[in-house]
Design a protein around this ligand. Structure first.
Ligand code: MCA
Ligand code: AMP
Length: 503
């Protein structure tokens, strides 16, 4: 059996409920049968071990089962953000060379020529309701069309694209061992058991919703209330049935914004986990004051899954991301040399362990750049160790904006803005935003004699960029501030415009 699937399901009880979605209740036994049916269709479609299966679909039970089925046939699952435009998708499809691309039925007409141009020969559709051409393939596949496929710990289970500060997005190659070891560690340290009911409102095209939440819950054999998206009212309505939730900080600030979110409502909950972006100490404290429960903040990356976590039993300290996971080594190093530095000093966070990915797909030079010779991966996050050994994140060495838990790389947005008529140059920065944590913001200088409005910029980007990457605000200046080396001073811009979203 494929290593990851074997390890995740090693202890589950067949008759226990796995997914609760709407009026559907899917037990683990049914999950085995359904994923075997999907696996038979994948085999019939020619998916062989090591082949990539790229997927851009709305969140659905079938979409989750497709992930597990891909793992069972030895395929490499490649989930894509539903917000990505055709222009963004073309690159991923071209680079990853999947044998199969599954998309939403509503987008198939628009995406078929893009897939074809990228060299992908098979396109199937799967809608949020479970219908689509893939459903037809599943119905038509032979009942005994799937035999368990063995995969080794070092074999690829998934590729997830992460952008970079320079160049195009890179596909992080994630192995069975990476995912299995992380799920095992998290289930243990967060005390997940078969009695848990996880309230699942995250998207399933990123590490957080797909692996950290789903794999950990699966490893424990628990069940999950599977919601199509984060909707405050729906999350509040279902919370009394749940025991645990994982979310980005925006989930928690939005919950606190509702009067219906009370201590009584959360009385059956034993765990709230936050990650993907910094949880402000204010939100942490307001949450404790409202519910009597401390949010457990953890830290991770696509390339590494989870790295550190605040303790389940010990103090969950606001403004920290806790301690390294079991078997994971974390060190703070000099960003230039990689030499470890003293506790308390700020340096770059580096990590080594069974969670760390295998490298970037087809990019050995990029992979080599991001690792030290002794095997530590350079996260690009800045941090320090506090007197209790907790890791605190103190900024980013990489130029990255995190909006509502989604990463936005300024270089990608700036390149497109700079190409717009009338724009001389631009700087994209993240500014404090009450809802999204950071608001993507463009500061532009225009060519003499021209004028470019906020609407011009936003309209000029739509179609090329996913909506969450498009600047919420655009500020025009005469000149962008530069240091003596000629480099744009983004820190100065962040300071000048820090209150842009305050009102
Ligand atoms: C949606 N919009 C956004 C975002 N989401 N804009 C900026 N940032 C966002 N995150 C846009 C929509 O396209 C729309 O634009 C407008 O904002 C309306 O948004 P709203 O209705 O408020 O959005 P929503 O649908 O409620 O979504 C907000 C959300 C969602 C619930 C916070 O973004 C979300 O589920 N985020 C989770 C991200 C996540 O899972 N990250 C994990 C990455 P318009 O009006 O122009 O159409 S994995 C990771 O980071 C590592 C491994 C880790 O540590 O976990
Ligand atoms: P991604 O590339 O989507 O996997 O995003 C990973 C990045 O999210 C990390 O490198 C951090 O910058 C950030 N991140 C994740 N969790 C946290 C956290 N708890 N606090 C601060 N930043 C975080």
């Amino acid at each position: 059996m494929a290593e990851l699937f074997r390890r995740l399901t090693a202890d589950v009880r067949d008759d226990a409920p796995f997914i609760l979605a709407g009026d559907r209740r899917i037990t683990y036994r049914e999950m085995y049968a359904l994923t075997a049916e999907i696996a038979a269709a994948l085999v019939a479609l020619g998916v062989k071990p090591g082949d990539r299966v790229a997927v851009q679909i709305e969140k659905s039970v079938e979409g989750l089962l497709l992930y597990l089925a891909t793992i069972r046939v030895g395929g490499v699952f490649l989930p894509l953000n539903t917000a990505y435009t055709g222009a963004e998708l073309e690159y991923f499809l071209q680079d990853a060379e999947p044998v199969l691309f599954v998309c939403d039925p509503a987008r198939s007409d628009a995406l078929a020529p893009i897939a074809e141009k990228a060299g992908v020969t098979q396109l199937e559709t799967l809608g949020a309701d479970g219908n689509g051409s893939l459903a037809d393939e599943i119905a038509a596949a032979p009942v005994d069309g799937f035999r368990e496929v063995a995969r080794d710990p070092d074999d690829l289970a998934a590729i997830l694209y992460t952008s970079g500060t320079t160049g195009r997005s890179k596909g992080a190659m994630i192995t069975h061992e990476n995912l299995a070891s992380n799920a095992e560690a998290l289930a243990e340290i967060w005390r997940f058991t078969a009695s848990d009911v996880l309230l699942h409102a995250l998207p399933i095209f990123h590490v957080h919703g797909l692996f950290t939440a789903t794999n950990t819950l699966l490893k424990a054999g628990g069940s999950m209330i599977f919601l199509p998206k984060f909707d405050v009212d729906e999350v509040i309505r279902r919370m009394p049935e749940a025991t645990a939730m994982m979310g980005v900080p925006t989930f928690y600030s939005r919950l606190l914004g509702s009067d219906a979110f009370t201590r009584e409502l959360t009385s059956g909950m034993r765990l709230f986990v936050s990650g993907s972006a910094p949880l402000s100490p204010e939100t942490h404290k307001a949450f404790s004051a409202r519910t009597g429960q401390a949010i457990l903040e953890r830290y991770g990356m696509t390339e590494t899954s989870m790295i550190t976590s605040n303790p389940y039993d010990g103090p969950r300290k606001p403004g920290t991301v806790g301690l390294p996971l079991p078997d994971v080594s974390v060190r703070i190093a000099d960003p230039e040399t990689g030499t470890p530095i003293e506790d308390g000093e700020v340096g770059v966070i580096e990590v080594k362990g069974p969670n760390v990915f295998k490298g970037y797909w087809k990019k050995p030079e990029k992979t080599a750049e991001e690792f030290r010779v002794d095997g530590f991966f350079i996260t690009g996050d800045l941090g320090y160790v506090d007197p209790d050994g907790y890791i605190c994140i103190a900024g980013r060495a990489k130029d990255l904006v995190i909006s509502g838990g989604f990463n936005v790389y300024p270089a990608e947005v700036e390149a497109l803005i700079d190409a717009l008529p009338g724009v001389k140059e631009s700087a994209v920065i993240g500014l404090p935003h009450a809802d999204f944590g950071e608001g993507v913001t463009a500061v532009i200088a225009v060519k003499p004699g021209t004028s470019v409005s906020e609407d011009d910029v936003r309209a000029g980007l739509s179609g090329s960029l996913a909506a969450f990457k498009i600047p919420k605000r655009v500020v025009t200046v005469d000149e962008l501030p530069r240091n003596t080396m000629g480099k744009i001073q983004k820190a100065a811009l962040r300071e000048i415009y820090k209150d842009l979203y305050a009102s």
